[in-house]
Design a protein around this ligand. Structure first.
Ligand code: MLT
Length: 346
């Protein structure tokens, strides 16, 4: 650990090797390759990443975990860099986590939120970004209600673009922190069976999780009412179940998702009460799961809808651990995309 920490202190000059994964060498497990070098300017989604790139991101995050345990929680890896947090859509965890990650790496941050900005005066997303780029920005962390908005911006700016959630498309850092938490708690990913429950149709978290987990050899079953689970999702390599009760006893992880009312307005199931009765996690359902099942949720949680307080705050829940791990993941993402800028400018 001490060796890795000093590597990050010098990170502006010297590239650290990601720490080798502590995951048990279970059959099919993807492990970090010695000497692997990250070369991408942007992190737009897990779709385009190779299994090795995903593992490299997880291993790099693991080496950053220690920074948050120090009394002075800072390393100079991004000193002199500017990270613009471009939030065209609401966020609590993701925005604060990126902001803290950037500050722990000693970057300067600029915060843009669409509310109260010139967006209300008709300025387009691209014009907004271009104007902020003109101030000298190295990384744009971008959340947007439209799927593909960060991809469009990445083609137009020289700085790096990190997707912090685009419409119902992808939320790569959420999936990375979810997968990181599974590996940390369960020791491996290959062969795990993960249930993702709820509003699959409108969830960028579900899509990014399925992509990442499948690349690393985990099985995924998506669970929810027919109106919230598109049949076509099986093309991503997962199974579908419309009964939570049927899968409870056979999964290692249950990731509960919020219903994304802001993306469809309602009308896809009779009532929240009925939804909770059929798809909500409660103490009685938890008792029918494997003893060490992990209960996850990307937040924000709606107590009494996706899960009861007994489950959310109980011993199987790792919801707050996910938030803690999000910081190490976002430090790794900011670090790697800026390192690859160095390579491109050399
Ligand atoms: C997201 O931004 O997609 C969240 O982390 C999950 C949610 O909003 O339900």
């Amino acid at each position: 650990m001490a060796k890795k920490a000093s590597t990050h202190r010098m990170a502006a000059k010297k590239k650290p090797k990601a720490r080798k994964s502590q995951a048990a060498a279970s059959p099919g497990e993807v492990t970090g390759e010695e000497g692997f070098v990250w070369t991408r300017k942007d992190l737009l989604g897990l779709d385009e990443l190779s299994p090795q790139e995903v593992v490299h991101m997880l291993d790099t995050a693991q080496s950053f975990e220690e920074v948050s345990t120090r009394s002075i929680k800072k390393v100079p890896a991004l000193r002199g860099k500017v990270v613009a947090l471009m939030f065209f859509e609401d966020s609590t965890r993701t925005r604060m986590s990126f902001e803290l990650a950037a500050s722990r790496l000693s970057a300067d941050t600029l915060l843009f939120t669409a509310k109260g900005s010139s967006v209300s005066k008709g300025e387009t997303t691209l014009d907004t970004v271009k104007n902020i780029e003109a101030m000298g920005v190295d990384v744009f962390v971008m959340r947007h209600g439209e799927s593909g908005a960060p991809h469009m911006v990445a083609r137009q700016v020289t700085g790096s673009v990190v997707n912090a959630g685009d419409g119902a498309h992808e939320h790569p850092t959420q999936a990375l922190l979810d997968i990181y938490t599974m590996r940390q708690r369960l020791g491996h990913l290959a062969g795990l069976k993960v249930a993702i429950v709820g509003d699959i149709a409108h969830s960028r978290v579900a899509r990014s999780n399925i992509l990442g987990l499948r690349k690393l050899g985990a099985e995924v079953v998506v669970v929810g009412p027919r109106t919230l689970v598109p049949q076509a999702i099986t093309a991503m390599g997962c199974e579908i179940s419309h009964s939570l009760d049927d899968v409870l006893g056979e999964v290692d992880v249950i990731n509960m998702l919020r219903i994304q009312f802001e993306r469809f307005g309602g009308g896809l199931f009779p009532s929240l009460r009925e939804y909770h009765q059929i798809y909500g996690m409660n103490g009685e359902r938890l008792a029918r799961c494997r003893k060490d099942v992990l209960i996850m949720h990307p937040g924000p949680i709606n107590r009494g809808v996706e899960l009861t307080s007994e489950v959310a705050d109980g011993p199987n829940s790792c919801i707050l651990q996910q938030v803690t791990n999000g910081l190490a993941i976002r430090m790794a993402v900011l670090y790697l995309v800026t390192q690859s800028q160095g390579d491109r400018r050399e």
